[in-house]
Ligand binder design. Structure first.
Ligand SMILES: Nc1ncnc2c1ncn2[C@@H]1O[C@H](COP(=O)(O)OP(=O)(O)O)[C@@H](O)[C@H]1O
Ligand SMILES: [Mg+2]
Length: 395
């Protein structure tokens, strides 16, 4: 318990976190707050200089640990681009070290998303290996419910990920607008996330940052998980403390070694949040939030589907020998649970099940499903010194 207190104090010190209780991105505990440190709470680097918008969004950024990249099987990135190949358009989202733009490839006129990371921040926050890891894992992925990366590039100041542009916006926005999802809607999205995790775990990749902000909806209404900033190849167990407070599994908070089961825990939180409209455990005070997670007594609203409640309870268990997803039959226990009785998993994977919601996408390049952000960033592609060149040779 003293560990949580220490962690909480550390967070408070470095946080300008809000004291409101609403569930907007800026206020709730699952906003893009990212805690990364080791179980030993190593000295954390100073916060990066950010634009006001990014600062408002990311109230705590104590990323301090490098994730070892041992992904020997990383495939070659498919294509090499140059920054001048693209028109840079509006901002779609602000990330921890930069922002994500809609861009247009001049040669074809096609739209993409471009995640920009500022090298200086990546290095200062000791995220070099981590960022390389993000790139190598993205390069390996090929699955309908995971965002597809087309390539990476860099200039002297920044790193750029070129991703397919997922037009329908964040599941977060859709959920907040709806309040909560009907049972069949939540079931559809949960099913696609579960298949995506099955794909990742079969490749020994833990995702570690599931939340509605990182789940995008494509133009046909299917889930595309983005943001592999915390993904890691972990055949057995790992110790890095990272994630988003509302979604942290108890074993992460307790600084135990942990494995793929943390993703199933986060899945349980997501199912609950989709059906209830708020996460099962939340509190403005991180210390209290972590206590609630460890006590693990979620309260279910009366409208909650009884089968969904049963499944969530079987996933949100602190006892790893009982947690669904982590037992002998693995993901099958989840897929065969009565909540999914009506679901044809093969049809779901083949995208043959019509999505419950089609986002309004009037034409290619319509980014109206994304929030607007101030466009106050440093211009890209300016000539200048590249002191970190040797750190990103493969990028
Ligand atoms: N491929 C994409 N298409 C459209 N928007 C995206 C895409 N990838 C990311 N975004 C938007 O940018 C936001 C930040 O990107 P993300 O990779 O999650 O950065 P961070 O690691 O800082 O959270 C996302 O929440 C989303 O709104
Ligand atoms: Mg994110």
């Amino acid at each position: 318990m003293s560990f949580i207190r220490k962690l909480t104090e550390k967070l408070k010190k470095s946080s300008n976190s809000s004291t409101t209780t609403d569930l907007t991105k800026d206020a709730r505990s699952s906003q893009p707050i990212i805690i990364t440190t080791t179980a030993k709470l190593v000295e954390e680097p100073p916060l990066p200089t950010k634009t006001p918008a990014a600062r408002a969004q990311a109230s705590v950024q104590t990323r301090g640990v490098i994730v070892q990249n041992n992904d020997k099987r990383a495939s070659k990135v498919r294509q090499k681009y140059q920054l001048t190949d693209f028109h840079i358009d509006r901002t779609l989202g602000t990330g921890s070290f930069g922002r994500v733009h809609m861009v247009r490839l001049k040669s074809t006129g096609k739209f993409y998303a471009m995640k920009v990371l500022i090298k200086n921040d990546v290095v200062r926050m000791k995220q070099v290996e981590h960022t390389i890891n993000e790139r190598n894992i993205l390069a390996r992925l090929d699955y309908p419910f995971l965002v597809n990366m087309l390539g990476t590039l860099q200039d002297s100041a920044n790193l750029y990920f070129v991703l397919e542009f997922i037009q329908g916006g964040e599941l977060f926005t859709h959920l907040r607008k709806s309040g909560r999802f009907r049972n069949n809607v939540a079931l559809f999205y949960a099913g696609e996330v579960i298949l995506a995790f099955e794909y990742l775990h079969n490749r020994d990749i833990i995702y570690r940052d599931l939340k509605p902000e990182n789940c995008l909806i494509d133009a046909k209404g299917h889930i595309k998980i983005t943001d592999f900033g915390f993904a890691k190849e972990v055949p057995d167990i790992t110790w890095t403390l990272c994630g988003t407070p509302d979604y942290l599994a108890p074993e992460i908070i307790q600084s135990k070694g942990y494995g793929k089961a943390v993703d199933w825990w986060a899945c349980g939180i997501l199912i609950y949040e989709m059906l209830a409209g708020h996460p099962p455990f939340y509190d403005d005070d991180h210390f209290k939030l972590y206590e609630k997670i460890l006590a693990c007594k979620p309260k279910f609203p009366s409208h909650f589907d009884p089968n969904a409640k049963d499944l969530v309870k079987r996933i949100l268990t602190t006892d790893l020998t009982k947690r669904y997803g982590n037992l002998k039959s693995g993901v099958e226990d989840i897929k065969r649970h009565p909540w999914f009785n009506e679901l044809d998993w093969q049809a779901l994977e083949d995208c043959k099940i019509p999505a419950p919601y089609l986002p309004p996408c009037s034409k290619e390049g319509d980014a109206s499903n994304f929030d607007e952000y101030p466009e106050d960033y440093e211009p890209y592609g300016l000539p200048g010194p590249d002191p970190y060149k040797s750190k990103f040779l493969d990028f």
